[in-house]
Structures are given as structure tokens and as C-alpha cells.
Design a protein around this ligand. Sequence first.
Ligand code: ZN
Length: 273
Amino acid sequence: MQKNIKVLLLALASCFVLTNSTGCSSLAKAQTPSEEEINAESAKAYQEVKAKSKISNRKDWNDMVQRVANRIARASGENFQWEIVLIDNEEPNAWCMPGGKMAVYTGIMPILKTEGALAAVMGHEVAHATRRHGQKGYARAIEEQQTGALIGVATAVGGQILCKTEQCRLLAGIGGAAAGVALTFFNRKFSREDETEADQVGQVLMAKAGYDPAESIVLWERMNAAKGGEAPEWMSTHPSDANRRAKLTQLLPQAQQVYQQSAEKYGKGATIQ
Ligand SMILES: [Zn+2]
């Protein structure tokens, strides 16, 4: 990475000298990372999360998280290098990084109450990944923070300061592009449109995976009742709760049709105890 930064800075320096040169615009273009590159950096950040987190050894929850993730992944039809881990952390959290690296935190499990509600949360998080919202966020961060090639340096050096969340701070130390991906991902900069889309796609995904999509609406009441501390990504404040619930209710009949056509049906699934 050190070497890359040097090359980047050199190229940037020549850009300042050669204003209007086509070399500068092609340099800017070359910096937007490909999906492959982003997924590779996500995988690197994920390794770091696993290494630095306490992995839960609670068997019944691990089994549930695995089977829900498998079913949602299969329903998505996406050829990712899927992976999921149950992290022992009281924060009510769950996420799916670009490329299909997922985590559920033990803190969210008792609040969810049913396997179906877990499927709703995972459906939403996986939808962010299959719709490439993380990649879009990263590309946007690059555009916003640079007129040149400074993003690599800024994310590597500034990560510690710019981070808003614990995971982000944990990962900023990796440096380089992996830190950049982690920084933008864990600071959760999904747009309102992306959240709406993740709700819709997620509801269909859980139905396709064999879970009663009505759980996606009941989930709101359970999460709201348990509110306090840091809210999970899934409970993003935009669009508003009322809007999201209204939309999910409006879309429910369509998702119910998908559920009816699903080869396997688990209803609300097992109860979480
Ligand atoms: Zn979301």
C-alpha cells in the first residue's frame, strides 16, 4: 500500500502540472474500484472483524443464523462467497458487506423473537449487498472526498478520526483500501432510496427463502419496544418508520404470493429463546 500511495501521489502531482491533460481524467477513472476489488477488500475487513470479535458458541443460535443465512443467500441467486458469523456482542446489530460477508450480533436475537424476524433482518441486509449499495456508497465517498487521488491516503490515515462506529474504528487500523471500504460501510451511509429498496427486496427474499413475510412488519414493533442504545443499521432513520412500515404493508400481498410459491415454507420459523 505504501508503494501504491507513492505512485498515486506521483500521478496526482503530474496532474497538477499537466492541467487539462487526458491523463488526469483517466487516472480518476482508474481509481473507482471494480466489484472484484471491493469484494476482496470487504473479505479482508471481514477477516479482521472475525479475528477481533468474540464469536458466540451458543449452538442453537448459531444453527439458526446459519440456516437462515443459507436460505436467504440461495433465494438471492447471487454467486457470492457467502459467509456468516454470530458475534457475541450485546449491540442489536446485523450486517452484510459487499460480496456476501455477514454477521449477526447476539444482542439482536432475543429482540427478534422468531426465526422469521431474523430472516426479515437478513433479507434487508443481504438486499443491500445484492443491489450493490455498499459499492455505490464507496464510489460516492471517493467522488466526494477527492478531486485527485487522495482517498487512499485519507482513509488509511483518517480512518481513526472519521469513524462513528465501533466496528469502523476496529477496522481503520487495517489501512489501505480495506479500511476505506470498512469506513464507508460501517458508517452506514445508505441513502433513503437504498433503504427503501432494501426493505422491498428483503421482504421478497425472505418470502422466497420460505419465511412468512408478515414478520417483516411485526419486526418493527419488537425493535421499537426494545429501542435504546445504538440502533442497528436496519433501523435506519431514513425514510421514517411510519413510511417504511406503510410501504412494507402495501407490498405484503405481493410478497405473500412469492411465499405461496416457495417450495419450502417455514412460517415464522422457530422461536428464539
Ligand atoms: Zn438498511
